[in-house]
Design a protein around this ligand. Sequence first.
Ligand code: BGC
Length: 713
Amino acid sequence: MDVLKLLHKMTIEEKIGQLMQLAPFFFIKDLEIEVAGHVSDIGINQKKIFQSGSVLGIGNAEEMIEVQKKYLNQSRLQIPLIFMADIIHGYETIFPVPLALSCSWNPQLAYQMARVSASEASAAGIHVTFSPMADLSRDPRWGRVVEGFGEDAYLSSSFVKQMVKGYQNGDISQPGNLASCVKHFAAYGAVEAGRDYNTVDVSRLFLHQYHLTGYKAAIDAGAKMIMTAFNLVDGVPSTVNSYLLREVLRDQWKFQGVTISDYDSLHQIIEHGCAQDNKEAALLGIEAGLDIEMASSCYVNYLPELINEKMVDIKLVDEAVLRILELKNEVGLFDNPFKGANPKLEKELIHSKEHLKTVKEISDECSVLLKNNHVLPLKKDAKIALIGPYAQSRSTNGSWSWHGKRELNSTLEEALIKDGVIPVITLNVESKEKISDQEIEVLKTAEYVIIAIGEDAYESGEARSKTDLSIPRKQVTLIQLCKDLGLKCVVVIYSGRPLILDQVLEADALLYAWFLGSQTNESISDVLFGKVNPSGKLTMSFPRNVGQIPVYYNYFNTGRPKREGIQNEFVSYYLDLPNSPLFPFGYGLSYSSFKYKDLILSQDEIYPSDELCVKVEITNQSDVSGYETIQLYIRDYVSKIARPIKELKGFKKIWFEKQSSQIVEFKVNLNDLMIIDANGNQFFEYGKFAVMVGPNSEDVQSKDFRLIKESEL
Ligand code: BGC
């Protein structure tokens, strides 16, 4: 299709229609989808509805076909709708929530997850997914940490890239592939106090060094779209922020794809106090380079008069429309407006054996063993009780699983029984007060108790900010009771964010289960009984209490660092807590036990063109084969822009047979020593660096090397 020719045939109204995205029920009244906010009354008539360019969310292939047919029946130029939706961690077969997925430290799994998600969603008639979420966050009060890949830019970017590659698979015109829309540009994860939609105030330096890296990684991987964020950046709403949308995105990153607002966020700039009305919002949006307006109607209602009044140059509209038409063309919609939609295939794929198998394999790498006092793995013939408010819960899909059917998930009790473990008693209770004397007598006959606690799936996700992240008091009483009864306590925690675990440390074993999707409890049962050796490691630091937030591994030294063993009160510390988190970034246990030998560097001086080879011999000293994730961090000791005390620059997840050793090798090059300045430019400085290697961000061995000029030879 020659989209430029097509553009020339379009009326102004038809062009502006392409810039609007609506929910399916605008086209067919009885179609409902899960949407946030009020959308039914946005002041548009039937004619405008049938000129809009895209759809947000769709129930299934049949509905897509119905909407598309109805739309095309009324379309003068036969420009098909493009269907977009939030396929965040699976379509109907649900995968681990992204934060859990990142704990696998295996970005290849993100690729696999995205492939399966894309195949199901494409068969359901979806063309674009609003994923991945590349927002970096260090604040677990923010409920949306569940949608991201943790606190670190490097690790998160590795996952983001694979998600994009997995969705798009190199060719978005093929059925089974989706175009990827990375979000929420920019710095949404930095909302103050972790309160969703709140103000963001980050320096340009941190914006470029940390927050922008994930979106950039997605675009470098070929993402076709980018969604703006709800928040301000430099006092200007991201949705109309021309620094972000023009200077960074178009000029610096050369992004050619389509930009889209978040839900109603163009209209919301009035609430931000940055536009007096919808008309001004439309003006600011189009000037800043916002192409599609999601779920509000500033463009469609006001761009025509703004163009008439010569306030807006039609060229701006043309540019936006052209990008949208190009995307539609690339998806193949002009050849087949029903691209992908296949009701029969959809039914075959969703929840298929094959897909569930992939979910299970991925889930097995995501839960994180935080403590194990020689109780795990459990023996199947041991006397085991199962208690806690999540002992019989099927709600394991987590946030953004609108198509996932939780009734298809197994409860932990069912998963144990399937594995041949019949609990001496199952008590689906939230506190010890709910347990009768009689039940206590049965409980006492057990040797081990699995206590399933945490937070509900609806407590994390969008608009799910919390100030109290403690394990609820009531749930803690269950552990206390079982301890008093002399039982060995294995605590399984379901959650979409890091919780405060100080009250549950008494447990003999702690397994952080997250929400792993359709196979959560099958996976947890396999970990508990040793069929699966846990290998997940944390990708967000776990705070000791809420007052410590934000706590993250790549902090700065400050001018007054606290040094062990030196008494000085005028240093950067708390009177009542250590600075360190309860569980650090990168931490997670295994049933294997790994020993690291001394670190070996190929040189202690390198030139910019050199590669430093870093080696360490690691031995699995146990009789259990398993994965170890080896992490490499770098510190730049002296630079005109202060650098953090360490930054992740490499990791390898390696399988070790029992009682075996391997030499693990990393290459460090100039790329790993680069600094990004406040304008987003990269540079390096000669001088002294440290390279650190270890099983987590705290437990590292360190060696220094120097980056020197060729002339220093
Ligand atoms: C969320 C986005 C999402 C959009 C469309 C918004 O409320 O912030 O992440 O893609 O809704 O569902």
